[in-house]
Write a protein that binds this ligand. Structure first.
Ligand code: HT7
Ligand code: ZN
Length: 873
């Protein structure tokens, strides 16, 4: 278990200028001939050995400038090729390797999925195809010739632009040559070969170039690709309008495959997608799917500039491309949909996933300094916290300042493999701002706690705000310095309108942003004409845990009046969280929780306010997740008690607001439209169903009727989920009907598995065990494993954390089983244990014992061992 450290970074001794690849596709023995134009880096001593990376490779031949290498001139193993004394002058190294795409169950490198050949090279998959300097700072121009049987693979795709196609006479084989003029690192290499259907379109760039667009997928599914194509065209236009960034090749191809470890991959000019994020229509896609197809298509497209044209110097800089690109896709979706709803959803996701990571043993800085396995650093911290850091930059510098920094970044670093320091320097230079303290967001792990108090002096018309930051300890255990926390704020007056102030003293205040840069600070706002309620951290201006001194009355007022929609939602969440925490404690003491009825009144008013977006109202009706409550309780957590508390609060609220919700709920649309407004109306209707059920106003038969009468998958699935999770009489029949309707559609069946994996009962474990033997389930398909096993562990706290420890023992068995064929997926399953230390003692002991047993499994992958070591540390 070797640790790679940032401090050990040094450039390569050799540079690769051009790569010519000839790939002969065969199901069990693909042959890859690579010709690398190499030369010594200036300053490197001639004769320095050249060491190339490999992984599970079989070498067939090696030659220099056409002359076969003598056996003592090199050394080759499965994971390394060493040329002992390379020529001092530029030379061409020719290497022939052989790989078995069918046997590649790790889905890294060249593999077969559904009879099609595809590649996945990020982060270190290229070395599973050929020996190479497989690191992101080695940029080369690639030409790829792909040859295959025409009947098996009539479509042959590569990076860049198409150059030539033709038949190989008399063999039944054909070839395609692709050339990518933009130097790129090996992780962006891709090729696809298969019998694929496609849809086509064009996009005219703002400088007038016509780009040919195509989306490829399994035959018969092409009618489900149109929303993805539309999203792609909107993304291309948006990047021109918002950042002045134009697409640069003649073609842009997307391929949807059904076996894929992650969401998608931004290979230059040839994005490869998990088909989950391409294929949607009303019958087979939910509103969630539509929003995510749009977001992921945009994300991968945006990488063309933030990731491809400017790439990362090393994998420690992953956040440079991922955090920034997530920020860009969030902004795109905000412009396509409702900004407030998008922000609330993104923050809810951050709190559900990133905050627990940051509070547990797997916490790491957004720019880590060491790793054992880079695959384990595609984390919510790198992605989502990374995006929050970019958002804070924009808050601090203003939109114009941020854009000036981005423009300079593209001007200065186009074609580079850059670092976080390079990125920040562009913003500092473009705006004349010292960002050295801000940079700590990249270097210090953990979620800061922001504690605030306020005082209003009516005689002086002065509001005093006291702010304090606490930086919790994290596994890196470094001494932490105060962070620069931008606190966007408003002062909500007695009539609900924002009050102004005439002067600010103390900590720096720019417009409506307080800059907290010390451990504690005070701000005096003068000229405040009436007692205000401070609305702090508007729009969630920093990824911190906020603890204010606002009481129930003030929070209720904010729920009703805050001009900032995010903080209106946040005030409701804060109250709900307080009620849930208290109720959980009461339940553990054996008492029956009693709730303050004023929350239901205010929530009912908000939910019935028809001038507000239904999607926003639906979010306001969504209680903090069990994971968020657990995080807030922090120690000695009992997931069963949290669940009972939640059900009690739902019933309390349902009794009081279900009728109002039913009256306010919009009727179903005659036909399905996936736009945000229509989706919002559906989300509101489903929230009304949930509270109606909790209050006993809606029956099993009502839900069954809604299920059978649904004109789209979103409504059908919502009815199914409620019936199954509430264990209603009709649940088995609805599950059966759903299965019969979608038995031939793997992506929809995934939802069928997930609904059952998340039933909040201890017996769900046995249900999941039975489902894992279902003929439609396969341990080899990542989407299926995620839908059933990961959803069970990460989305069902009641069953996974069963008091008898069986949930933990089952997961450990699953990790060991999956690890034998796909370590990346197995390590993602292992992260389900990341919060085990906050559990009450008996669960904690059972989880620890299960993890220790996993550690004894022979030949665990580096991926799983790394997570295991850190989780147990
Ligand atoms: N840059 C990609 C991340 C990725 C990946 C994708 C598929 C399979 C394995 C992978 N390893 C890393 C996707 C993205 O963030 O855009
Ligand atoms: Zn990405």
């Amino acid at each position: 278990n070797v640790v790679v450290r940032l401090e050990d970074y040094r450039p390569t001794d050799y540079l690769i200028e051009r790569v010519y690849l000839d790939i002969q596709l065969e199901p069990e023995a693909a042959t890859i001939t690579s010709r690398l134009s190499l030369h010594l880096r200036e300053g490197t001593a001639p004769g320095t050995p050249l060491v190339l990376d490999g992984d599970a490779l079989v070498l067939r031949r090696a030659a220099i400038d056409g002359v076969e290498l003598a056996p003592d001139a090199f050394e080759a193993s499965a994971d390394r090729f060493t040329l002992r004394a390379p020529p001092a002058e530029p030379f061409e190294l020719q290497i022939v390797t052989e790989v078995n795409p069918t046997a590649n169950t790790e889905l890294m490198g060249l593999y077969r999925s559904g009879g099609n050949y595809t590649t996945q090279c990020e982060a270190e998959g290229f070395r599973r195809i050929t020996y190479f300097l497989d690191r992101p700072d080695v940029l080369a121009v690639y030409t790829t010739r792909i040859e295959a049987s025409r009947s098996e693979a009539p479509i042959l795709l590569g990076n860049g632009n198409p150059v030539e196609t033709g038949d190989v006479a008399g063999t039944g084989r054909h070839y395609a040559i692709w050339h990518d003029p933009f130097p790129k690192p090996s992780y962006l290499f891709a090729m696809v070969g298969g019998d694929l259907a496609s849809i086509h379109d064009t996009f005219r760039t703002r400088s007038g170039r016509e780009v040919k667009l195509a989306i490829y997928c399994e035959r018969g599914k092409e009618s489900r690709c149109h929303y993805a194509m539309d999203s792609l065209k909107r993304s291309m236009k948006w990047d021109e309008d918002r950042f002045g960034l134009e697409y640069d090749l003649d073609v842009f191809n997307i391929v949807a495959v059904s076996d894929f470890n992650m969401g998608a991959m931004e290979n230059k000019g040839l994005n490869v997608f998990n088909d989950k994020y391409v294929l949607v229509d009303a019958e087979t896609g939910t509103d969630w799917d539509y929003a995510h197809v749009e977001g992921v298509i945009a994300h991968e497209y945006f990488h063309n500039w933030t990731g491809n044209r400017i790439t990362c110097r090393d994998w420690f800089q992953l956040c440079l491309k991922e955090g920034l690109t997530v920020f860009r896709d969030q902004e795109f979706s905000s412009d396509m949909r409702s900004r407030a709803v998008k922000r609330i959803s993104d923050v809810a996701k951050l709190r559900e996933h990133q905050f627990p990571e940051d509070a547990g043993p797997l916490a790491h800085p957004a720019r880590p300094t060491a790793y054992r396995e880079i695959n384990n650093f595609y984390t919510t911290t790198v992605y989502e916290k990374g995006a929050e850091i970019c958002r804070m930059l924009q808050t601090i510098l203003g939109e114009d300042g941020f854009r000036a920094g981005m423009d300079l970044y593209f001007r200065r670093h186009d074609g580079d493999a850059a670092t976080i320091e390079d990125f920040l320097a562009c913003f500092a230079d473009a705006t004349g701002t010292d960002l050295s303290q801000f940079a700590l967001w990249y270097h210090q792990a953990g979620t800061p706690i922001l504690i605030t108090e306020h005082d209003y002096d009516a005689a002086d018309e002065t509001l005093t705000l006291r702010l304090r930051q606490i930086l919790p300890e994290t596994p890196d255990r470094q001494r932490k310095s105060p962070m620069h926390i931008p606190v966007a704020f408003g002062l909500v007056g007695p009539d609900g309108q924002d009050l102004s102030f005439s002067r600010a003293t103390g900590a720096r205040v720019d417009g409506s942003v307080i800059h907290l840069t010390d451990l504690q600070a005070e701000v005096k706002l003068e000229g405040v004409k009436a007692r205000p309620i401070p609305s702090l951290l508007r729009g969630f201006s920093a990824p911190v845990r906020l603890e204010t001194d606002l009481g129930m009355d003030d929070l209720l007022f904010l729920v009703g009046h805050d001009a900032d929609p995010f903080n209106r939602w946040e005030a409701a969440q804060t109250i709900a969280m307080d009620l849930l925490k208290r109720a959980t404690e009461e339940i553990r003491q054996g008492a029956t929780p009693v709730f303050d009825g004023r929350f239901a009144e205010e929530l009912g008013r908000l939910a019935s306010a028809t001038e507000l977006d239904p999607a926003f109202r639906a979010l306001a009706l969504t209680l903090p997740s069990d994971m968020e409550v657990a995080q807030a309780i922090r120690t000695n957590v009992d997931p069963d008690a949290i669940f009972v508390a939640r059900r009690a609060l739902q019933t309390h609220l349902g009794d009081r607001i279900a009728d109002a919700l039913a009256a306010a709920a919009p009727a179903a649309d005659a036909s399905y439209r996936p736009d945000a407004e229509s989706a919002g109306r559906r989300a509101f209707r489903h929230a009304a169903w949930a509270y109606g059920l909790a209050a006993g106003r809606i029956t099993s038969a009502d839900l069954a009727e809604a299920f059978h009468g649904a004109g789209n998958l979103t409504d059908r699935l919502a009815a199914l989920r409620l019936a199954v999770h509430r264990d209603l009489d009709d649940a088995p029949a609805l599950l059966e009907a759903f299965y019969e309707r979608y038995r031939d559609d793997p992506l929809v069946l995934d939802k069928w598995f997930s609904v059952q994996a998340t039933v909040p009962q201890h017996s769900t474990l046995e249900r999941v065990q039975a489902l894992s033997r279902h003929p439609a389930f396969s341990m080899k398909v990542p989407n299926r494993v995620y839908a059933l096993i990961r959803t069970f562990a990460a989305g069902n706290p009641v069953a996974f954390n069963r008091p008898d420890g069986e949930g933990y023992r089952y997961m450990v068995d699953m990790v060991a089983e999956v690890d034998r064929h796909n370590p990346s997926v197995a390590s993602r399953l292992t992260t389900a244990f990341r919060s085990f230390r906050m559990m009450e003692p008996s669960r904690r002991a059972a989880a620890e014992a299960a993890l220790k047993r996993l550690a004894t499994v022979p030949e665990l992958s580096r991926d799983v061992s790394d997570i295991l070591i850190r989780t147990l540390e």
